[in-house]
Ligand binder design. Sequence first.
Ligand code: NAI
Length: 723
Amino acid sequence: MNEPVPPMMQLQIRSDGVGVILIDVPGESQNTLKAEFRTTFDTIRAEIESKDLPAVVIASAKEGSFIAGADIKLLETLKSADEGERRSREGQEAFDTLEAWKRPVVAAIHGACLGGGLELALACHARVASDDPKTKLGLPEVQLGLLPGAGGTQRLPALIGLEKALDLLLTGKQVNAKRARSMGLVDEVVPAAILIDVAAKRALDLIDVKQKRHGLVERIAEFAEPKALRELALSGNPAGRKIVFDQAEKTLREKAGEHYPAPYRILEVVRVGLEKGRAAGLALEAKRFGELIDTDVSRRLIGIFFATTAMKKENGTDHPEIEPRKVQKIAVLGAGIMGHGIALVTAEKADIDVRLRDVREEAVARGLAELRRPLDQKVEKKRLSARERDRILARISGTTDYSGFAGADVVIEAVFEDLALKHRVVKEVEAVTKDTTILASNTSSIPITRIAEASSRPDRLIGMHYFSPVHKMPLLEVIRTKDTSDETVATCVDLGRRQGKTVIVVNDGVGFYTSRILGPYMNEASWMLADGIPIEDIDEAARQFGFPVGPITLLDEVGVDTAEKVSHIIHAAFGDRVAPPPGLEKLVADGRTGRKGKKGFYTYGTKKKLVDPEVYRVLGIEPKGRGKVPLAELGERLGLQMVSEAIRCLAEGVLRSPRDGDIGAIFGLGFPPFLGGPFRYADGLGPSELLRRMERCADQHGRRFSPPELLRERAKSGQRFYD
Ligand code: NAI
C-alpha cells in the first residue's frame, strides 16, 4: 500500500482564533507553487469558513523558504501559448479569490518570497516579513524570459508605485526585508521568532479597524480594490507616467538590446493596466505570459536555470557518494588583483578564515586595502552594516612569511604567471602545510599538470581558475589533472560554491575550457582587424550577436600584452588553425597595453571612449569604411569560432558535458544567455546547418574555420548535443 501523501498545507488554529495556513511542500527543502495548491487551498478555506475563524495568516512551515516561486518543472510542461495563457488565468483567479476573501489575510514572510510566492503575498491584505537575512522578496520571472503571470504586473505598481515596481519587474532583483519595508512592499519587519504573532495581531486589527468604521465586508472589499488613491495618483498623471515608461524603455534598449522580449512585454502589460484598468491588464498579462513561455528564449533561460540548480547538487566527480572535506581555514599566496579578490569572497561569502601572504609588506597592505573597498561601498549604500564589514575583515589576516599556513585546509596560489615561480611556491607550501592540505593554482594559462611536476602530493593539487574581478564574476573553473583525487575535486567544488560561485569542473589542457574557447574568438577579431574591418564594427557585431562587450574592448580590458602572450601559447598548442595574424606585438612595442596603461585600441582619460586612429597606423592597416561587411556576418564568425572550439573541448574530454560547456561560456565569458550557450546554440541550428556554415566560412577565410571532426560525425548521424 502507498503511504498517504502528506498535505501541502496545514491549518493551525491559534488561541486568539486566527487560522494559520502553513505551507509545506512534502519532500522538498523549498516551497514552490504546485498545480495542486488550488484544491488544497479551497479545502482549507472551506474549513476556515465552517469554523468561522475571524482572520487568517499564511506562512511557511519550512525554515528559510516562504515560497520560492512557481514550480519551474510545471512551466516546462506548458506546451503552447494557449496553455500558458490558461494556466496564468487560473493563477490570477486563485489570487483574486484570495484577495476578495471576506476575512483579513496576512502573509507572514520568512525566507525566499519570490515569483508566484510574492504574487500570493501581494494578493493578501497585509504583509509582515522577518528581518532574517534569508528573507528575500522579488519577481525574478524576467530572468527566465517570462513575466509574473498571476497578477504581479498589476498589483505591484498599485502597491508601491510605478517606478519602484518597474525596477523590480524589469531586473528581477531581490530585496531584503528592510528594503521591502522602505519601498512599501511589506508593512512591517520583525524578528522571525515573533513573526506569526505579529501577523496574527495585524490580521485581527484589520477586523477591528473595520468594524469600528464600516463593517467587515466593505473593509475587506476596500483591500480587494486597487489601492484607490495611489492608483489615481499614478493613472491620473499620464505625462509623468509617459516619462517613466519612455526612460525605462530607453534603458532597456541600451542594456538588453532586442534579444530579450520579456522586459518589453512587462512594460506593455503594466502600461495597459494603468491606462485601461485591472481587468484589461490581467487579460493582457495572461496572453503575454502564454506567448513568452512559448519562445526559444525562455526555454533556453529556463534550461540555464535548471542546469545551475542541478549543478549545485553535484560534487563535480563521477562518484556522487564522495563527500567534500569541510574547509575551515584557507591561505592565499599573492595579494594582487586575484589573490585579494579570492580572500574577500572567502571571508565574505563562505565565512571562512583567510591567511593572505605576499612577499612585501606594501603588497600585503595594498591587498588588504583593496579588498576592503567593495565592502566600504556596500556600507555606504546601506547594503551592509559597518559591524558586519568589520566582522568580515577580521577573518582575513596578512603576512609576509608562511606563519599561519600550517592549519590551512586549502592553499590557493595567485602569484605571478611564471612556471618557475609556481614550482617554487608549490615546494614551499608543501613543506609548511599538513599532508592533507590541498594546493590550488589560480593560473590562467599554465596547464595544472605542468605545475604539479614540482609536487610531492599531486593527488592534492588542482586548478581553481577565478575570473577578474573575483567578487563580481560568477564562474569558477575547477581543473583536475589525471592525478587529482576525487575528494580534492569535491572539496574545491564545495569551497567554490560557498564562495558564491557557479562551479564547473574540467580536465586539464592548454587554456582549460574558458580561455581555450576565448582564444579563437579573440583571434578572429584580430583577423578582422587585419582585414581592415573598423574596430567599432567588430565590437558592435559582437554586441549585436549578444555578447556584453566586444572583443577589441575586451583586449584592452584584459591587457593587449597578456592577450598577445596567450595567443602564442594557444598557437603553439593547437597549431596553424589558431595562428594569430601578425600585429599585436607592434601594439605592445608601441606601449599599448590597454586600459591598465591608459593606451590601447581606445582612448582613455577622454570624456568619451573613442577608437584611437593611431592604432591603424601602428598596425600598418588601411581601415575600410564602416558597414562594408554586414555586422551579422561578423558576429556569426565570432560566435562560430567559440562554438566550434567548445565542440573540440567536448570531443577531447576537456569538458565533462555539453551542459558544463554552456554554463562555463555563459557565466565565464558572457556568451549570450538567450542562445543558451555554445551547445544549445549548435543544437538550435542543428549539426548539419552548423557544419554548412562553418564550411562556408572555411571557403572564404581558410582553415581556421575547419570544422571539428565531432561536428562532422554529428551532422552525419543527426544526433544533437543534448538528448
Ligand atoms: P598581480 O600581479 O596583481 O599579483 C601577483 C602578486 O603575487 C603580487 O602582489 C606579487 O607580489 C605576489 N607574489 C609574487 N611572488 C610571491 C610569492 N612567492 N609569495 C607570495 N606572493 C607572491 O597578478 P594577478 O593578476 O593577481 O594574477 C595572479 C595569478 O592569477 C596569475 O597566475 C594569473 O595568471 C592568474 N589570473 C589572473 C587573472 C586576471 O584577470 N588578472 C584572471 C585569472 C587568473
